[in-house]
Design a protein around this ligand. Structure first.
Ligand code: URA
Length: 210
């Protein structure tokens, strides 16, 4: 349906996501599940990375061993909920560089406005993985990718936990070169812009706010 979208159907991902969706799941358990699921999603988002070889010596002999090619990748968290995905991804890719994009929605224009932007250098030479758990309307995701491209990024992937068809379509129109990796494509957005059935407000659920 969307050729820029990958849904990670791994049973562990799907099981953990179902637990996260349940409204009775506590903040502590939600956070732990998010950490576990983001490691599994990180495995998928890095599946096709370019490789090279390095001459190494095992205790038995020399060999050309496969290693990742190129500059260290950049993980960019779209604040604040992106930080929940960031921790688990960093556990799997501890040498990644990290950036942050802060956006809020202007209540009059409903457009995203930047309040924070700090990213690693030489973005043009790195794989950039933008993380945000919920791809809802797509407005903030599109704006964040606009900013990353403006800072030089050329090879970007977008990692989320849940996506709405509206957000996937919007990202596909604005940034067809950016693959989206998610654990589920839900039914739709409601009038308040929440993903249905979704899991509620991801930031509130992971940080225990209301
Ligand atoms: N952001 C959230 O946290 N939840 C949604 O359902 C949509 C956007």
């Amino acid at each position: 349906m969307y050729d820029h979208l990958t849904i990670v159907k791994h049973p562990l991902v799907q099981h953990k996501l179902s637990l996260m969706r349940e409204k009775e799941t506590s903040t502590a358990v939600f956070r732990q599940l998010l950490r576990e699921i983001s490691m599994l999603l990180a495995y998928e988002v890095t599946r096709e990375l370019p490789m090279t070889t390095k001459r190494i010596e095992t205790p038995l002999k020399e060999m050309d061993a496969p290693v990742l090619a190129g500059k260290k990748m950049a993980l960019v968290s779209i604040l604040r909920a992106g930080n929940g995905l960031l921790d688990g991804v960093l556990e799997l890719i501890p040498s990644a560089r990290v950036g942050f994009v802060g956006l809020y929605r202007d209540e009059k224009t409903l457009q995203p406005v930047q309040y924070y932007f700090k990213v690693p250098d030489a973005l043009e030479d790195r794989l950039v993985i933008a993380v945000d758990p919920m791809l809802a309307t797509g407005n903030s995701s599109v704006a964040a990718i606009d900013l990353l491209k403006g800072a030089g990024a050329k090879n970007i992937r977008f990692l989320c936990l849940l996506a709405a068809p509206e957000g996937v379509a919007r990202m596909g129109e604005a940034h067809p070169d950016v693959p989206i990796i998610t654990a589920a494509l839900d039914e739709r957005l409601n009038e308040q812009g929440y993903i249905v059935p979704g899991l509620g407000d991801a930031g509130d659920r992971m940080f225990g706010t209301k």
